[in-house]
Design a protein around this ligand. Structure first.
Ligand code: GLC
Ligand code: CA
Length: 536
């Protein structure tokens, strides 16, 4: 039996502060808005709240470009608002974890402004500088957001390295002075009552750009071990790293007890991606199942898995793997049970619990995200049609996840009392919103609540948290089926992933249905029907 941790029974809720709730009518979500909604989150049953960056930032990448790690973005409020949020959350049994953006900062950060002053400035070495070659960049490494990874500084003639926007220079982890400033900053936040960290693109910090190594560099694990020792280790905090490139060995190394509690692993969310996220391939259900089975087995009795469908970088899951035309509600619940029944820690991204969908972006002016805008511009330049590009962005762009949270059917979805919002509200808010679902016992929201509470406490909690996972019917083209077992007790999840009826598979004799998205369950599985059986 695994060593038990306080967060094992938790479901994590992720808030994108700009889009969650606006408290002062300026159309931008803020910290006081999150505090206002803590009762809602408590009722939902979540016990860990991850808040995306709320620090001072010019917002080139919506806060993932930090200009002061120890100060609050004034648009979101003040340090006093943050302290109040931490305290009020704590009173409701909710632990706040913050986003640690340690691979890069903003070019407006004091460190970078100092570094720009010249080669002998003490902060120069907080960043990665190289001379060019034959008047060109040191090498051809690419950054995210359709960019090159080296940017020339005209004043010194040198290039600095950045893996994201030009305005997000990479921090130089080879410099111990820089590392220790980050650790001090982390300890400052731990002192404020933060209960852990979600670590942004942590796999990139061990980079070696001269050898063109970015993810999983040679120094990655030594750095994380040092950071853990200097900051959170032994303090009973919660940590999760964001890793797009982790293979099984790498992942187990992160979770060997000296580093992180778990890492996000996204294989199941890129199975339909070609060269890049906007190059969309047909959905491969068998591959999806295989991927889940593989990772569930890897974490069977070592490490820990993060169960995730949605976050602020991903298009809405019900629009991707569900069916928003005819079976919106059924498919959203089916996706929820399929994921939450597995072994690991479930994450719920704001709006996922009410089945929020993608947005139909029809003009460039509706977009905010640097990734989508740069992609649109770069591809247009190659001669591609703008309409088609907007269609792809509506399917995969990050702004889909960032439209304001839909609280009720009043103007602007009850997100703000103001006239305008920083990003458009999805027009379907009149039917998809919290108020409507709170008063409907058959809603997606109530279904999520049931799943979250079931894991947290009560008869099935231990089984859901620690039960052994076994995939069944792995080659079936329609059905996703698995069991969770512990000491003779068993849960079985059966989901129909399609819009046609299929024969319901046989289950154990003493199994009975304890949760489903249809009121009546017969010998066939209806479209997107999902069932949770228990023998106990
Ligand atoms: C992570 C964040 C994403 C951000 C990027 C650069 O992937 O989740 O939103 O753009 O890192 O910080
Ligand atoms: Ca506001």
């Amino acid at each position: 039996m695994e060593e038990r941790k306080w967060w094992h029974t938790a479901t994590v809720y992720q808030v994108y502060p700009k889009s969650f709730k606006d408290s002062n009518g300026d159309g931008i979500g803020d910290l006081a808005g999150i505090t206002e909604k803590l009762d809602y989150l408590q009722d939902l049953g979540i016990t860990i709240l991850w808040i995306c960056p709320f620090f001072r930032s010019p917002e080139v990448d919506n806060g993932y470009d930090i200009s002061d790690y120890m100060d609050i973005n004034p648009k979101f409020g003040t340090m006093a608002d943050m302290e109040k949020l931490i305290e009020e959350a704590d009173r409701r049994g909710i632990s706040i974890i913050m986003d640690l953006v340690a691979n890069h900062c903003s070019d407006q950060h004091r460190w970078f402004q100092e570094a720009l002053k010249g080669k002998d400035n003490p902060y120069r070495n907080y960043f990665i500088w190289r001379d060019g070659k034959d008047g060109k960049a040191p090498n051809d490494l690419k950054a995210a957001f359709s960019l090159d990874a080296w940017q020339k500084d005209e004043k010194s003639g040198q290039y600095y390295f950045h893996q994201f926007a030009v305005e997000q220079p990479d921090l130089n982890w080879a410099n111990p002075a820089m590392r220790h400033e980050l650790y001090d900053m982390m300890n400052f936040w731990i002192g404020k009552g933060i209960k852990g960290f979600r670590m942004d693109v942590i796999e990139l910090i061990g980079k070696d750009p001269d050898r063109k190594i970015t993810a999983n560099g040679p120094m990655l694990h030594p750095y994380i071990e040092e950071m853990a020792r200097e900051t959170f280790l032994g303090k009973n905090l919660f940590t999760v790293g964001e890793c797009w490139n982790a293979n099984p060995d790498e992942t187990l190394r992160y979770t060997n007890g000296k580093e992180l509690d778990m890492v996000f692993q996204f294989d199941h969310l890129v199975i339909d991606e070609g060269k890049n996220k906007f190059d969309i391939l047909p959905f491969d259900f068998l591959k999806l199942k295989k991927t889940f089975r593989k990772w569930q087995e890897i974490f069977a009795d070592r490490g820990w898995y993060a169960l995730v469908w949605d976050n602020h970088d991903l298009a809405r899951i019900v629009s991707r793997y569900g069916n928003t035309d005819r079976y919106w509600k059924e498919s959203a619940k089916m996706l929820a049970l399929t994921l939450h029944g597995m072994k690991g820690t479930p994450y719920v991204y704001e709006g996922e619990e009410i089945g929020m969908t993608n947005m139909d972006f029809v003009s460039k002016s509706q977009l905010d995200d640097i990734e989508s805008i740069n992609f649109l511009e770069a591809e247009k330049e190659k001669g591609r049609d703008e309409k088609e590009l907007l269609r792809l962005i509506s399917l995969r762009g990050r702004d889909n996840a960032r439209t304001p949270m839909q609280w009720d059917a009043t103007r602007n979805a009850g997100f703000t009392s103001g006239e305008t919002t920083w990003l458009c509200v999805n027009p379907n808010y009149r039917s998809i919103n919290v108020a409507a679902e709170e008063s409907d016992p058959d809603s997606i929201l109530c279904f999520y609540k049931t799943l979250i509470h079931m894991r947290k406490e009560g008869k099935y909690s231990e089984l859901l948290v620690y039960g052994r996972f076994d995939m069944l019917m792995e080659d079936d083209e329609h059905i996703f089926m698995y069991t969770r077992t512990l000491d003779g007790r068993r849960l079985t999840v059966v989901s129909n992933w399609g819009d046609s009826e299929v024969e319901a598979p046989a289950v154990g004799n003493d199994d009975r249905i304890i949760l489903s998205n249809y009121r009546e369950n017969g010998s066939v599985l209806k479209p997107y029907e999902t069932r949770l059986y228990a023998n106990c």
